[in-house]
Design a protein around this ligand. Structure first.
Ligand code: ADP
Ligand code: ADP
Length: 232
């Protein structure tokens, strides 16, 4: 059972007369309930891969199937709708709206997906990240680790098929980073959530079931059951 199927993804960027190859034929399957880390040097194509896989960007060629739906034939509008319903996003900088409470931030994807923001659903997502008591707090009243856990709750509230995380611990200290990774691990182990994350940090990557390495837009290796030592 495959949550995300990527076949021979290619993507170039044109800058004046220069052409940069960001993805050079990437093929990858994410089984449902798996936790994958994507590593590689700066400029190796990690963000481009994540964006194409999540339907935020389109590859020049190749196919992306998210929960069995090929994204290639979809109109912009249909793609946006599918993304809002089936993908969740966590970013390095949390990207919470500062004027909204934790609960209001978590309810946003439901509003965008035009689902009725059911209180119970928001409460469940906040409870799942251990922040039921902080529902009425604004981001500035929360630590960095707590803000990122609110961002994880926001990503989860629509029950996405795949949770995409771009350097989710990049702005966190060691302790908060450990908490957020423990949380992602728990979502995979206890709820069968599919997670794919980009990271530079071998200790963070070691929380995944599998690490794939990108180099010059190609898959350059894979490590199953990684540890911080084997990743680094
Ligand atoms: P990574 O996330 O591994 O650092 P990226 O996917 O951001 O790599 O970038 C891959 C390559 O594509 C790099 O050479 C980068 O400079 C180039 N690139 C990425 N986005 C753009 C863009 N919007 N315009 C031009 N070049 C880009
Ligand atoms: P346990 O229940 O074995 O005490 P945890 O609940 O802390 O462990 O972690 C659950 C999963 O996360 C286990 O598969 C474990 O291998 C992995 N894990 C725990 N700590 C780390 C770490 N620092 N780096 C990478 N993976 C870890």
């Amino acid at each position: 059972d495959t949550a995300l199927r990527l076949r021979d993804l290619r993507k170039e960027y044109r800058m004046g007369k220069q052409t940069v190859t960001a993805l050079d034929g990437v093929t990858l399957d994410l089984p449902r309930g798996s936790f994958t880390a994507v590593m590689g040097p700066s400029g190796s194509g990690k963000s481009t891969l994540l964006h194409c896989a999540a339907g935020l960007d389109r590859p020049d060629s190749g196919t992306v199937e998210l929960a069995g739906t090929p994204l290639g034939g979809l109109s912009e509008r249909a793609l946006t709708k599918l993304r809002r319903g089936r993908a969740g996003f966590v970013f390095q900088a949390f990207n919470l709206l500062p004027s909204l409470t934790a609960a209001q931030n978590v309810s946003l994807p439901l509003r965008l997906a035009r689902r009725r923001p059911a209180l119970a659903q928001v409460a469940r997502a906040l409870a799942a990240v251990g922040l039921a008591e902080r529902a009425r707090h604004r981001p500035a009243e929360l630590s960095g680790g707590q803000q990122q856990r609110v961002a994880v709750a926001r990503a989860l509230v629509t029950s996405p098929d795949v949770l995409f995380a771009d350097e989710p611990t990049g702005a966190l200290d060691t302790k908060s980073s450990h908490q957020v990774m423990g949380l992602l691990r728990q979502l995979v182990d206890e709820h069968g959530q599919t997670v794919v994350m980009v990271t530079h940090d071998p200790v963070v990557a070691a929380w995944a079931d599998r690490v794939v390495f990108l180099r010059d837009g190609r898959l350059a290796g894979q490590l199953d059951r990684p540890t911080p030592e084997t990743v680094a």
